[in-house]
Design a protein. Structure first.
Ligand code: AMP
Length: 215
C-alpha cells in the first residue's frame, strides 16, 4: 500500500506516519527529514536546504522529485510507503504520478489532515523532540512525565527544529495554502482523496485514518 499524508505543517503527518509504519509495516518517507539529514551532513545540498528551510520557503521541485525517486527504488519501500511532506506542489504531484507509473507502482490513498491555522502555530512553536530517540514532545500539550527526561529512552537532551519559529511558521503556512493545498482537487478528481479531522486527539486521528484506508 502506498499512501500520501497531506496537511499543513504541524497537522500531525509525522506522528501519524510513525503509527502507520508500525500498524501497516510501511516505510515513512519524509522529505523534511531527508533534508535535515543533508543539513546535518554539511553537504552542498544541505547548505542550500538550510537557507531555504530557515526562510520557510520550498526547495526546487526537480531536486525533491529526484530525491523521492531514488528513495522509492530502495528495497525497504517494496512493501509500501507513506509520503510525508511530498508532493508539495502541482509539478511534484504530476512528476510523482509519472514516476510511479514508470516504476509500475500506484497510489492507494491520499489522506488530507485538516487543522485550523492558529492551532498549527501553537502546535509548531511549542514542539521539541528527544535528541536520542526522536520521541516528540510539546511545551503545553505533551510534557515528559519527569521534567527533562525522555519518557521513551531516558535521554536528557532535547532539540527544536530551526524552522519552528513563529515568523517561519507563518511563511510555511503561506506556502502550504498557496502551493500545496491546490493539489487537493487533483487527488479528489482521481477519487483517492480522504479527509480526516486533524484537530481530534492523536488516537482518534489514527482511528479515522485506519477507517478511511479500510473503506
Ligand atoms: P517538513 O519537515 O515536511 O515540514 O519540511 C521542512 C522544510 O523542508 C519545508 O519547509 C521545505 O523548506 C522543505 N521541504 C520538505 N519537503 C519539501 C518538498 N516536497 N518540496 C519542497 N520543499 C520541501
Amino acid at each position: 500500500m502506498n499512501i500520501i499524508l497531506l496537511g499543513a505543517p504541524g497537522a500531525g503527518k509525522g506522528t501519524q506516519a510513525k503509527r502507520l509504519e508500525e500498524s501497516r509495516k510501511l516505510v515513512q518517507l519524509s522529505t523534511g527529514d531527508m533534508l535535515r539529514a543533508a543539513v546535518a551532513s554539511g553537504s552542498d545540498l544541505g547548505l542550500q536546504a538550510k537557507e531555504v528551510m530557515d526562510a520557510g520557503r520550498l526547495m526546487p521541485d526537480d531536486l525533491m522529485v529526484q530525491m523521492i525517486s531514488e528513495r522509492i527504488e530502495q528495497d525497504d519501500c517494496r512493501a509500501g510507503f507513506i509520503l510525508d511532506g511530498f508532493p508539495r506542489t502541482t509539478p511534484q504531484a504530476e512528476a510523482l504520478d509519472e514516476m510511479l507509473t514508470g516504476k509500475g507502482l500506484r497510489l492507494d490513498a491520499v489522506i488530507e489532515m485538516t487543522v485550523d491555522e492558529e492551532v498549527l502555530v501553537e502546535r509548531i512553536t511549542g514542539r521539541y523532540s528527544c535528541s536520542t530517540c526522536g520521541a516528540g514532545y510539546h511545551d503545553k500539550f505533551q510534557v515528559p512525565a519527569k521534567a527533562g527526561v525522555c519518557d521513551q529512552c531516558g535521554g536528557t537532551e532535547f532539540k527544536r527544529r530551526a524552522d519552528d519559529t513563529e515568523a517561519t511558521v507563518r511563511t510555511r503556512l503561506d506556502a502550504y495554502r498557496e502551493q500545496t493545498a491546490p493539489i487537493l482537487p487533483y487527488y479528489r478528481n482521481k477519487g483517492i482523496l480522504k479527509t480526516v479531522d486533524g484537530m481530534a486527539a492523536i488516537d482518534e486521528v489514527t482511528r479515522q485514518i485506519e477507517a478511511s484506508l479500510a473503506a
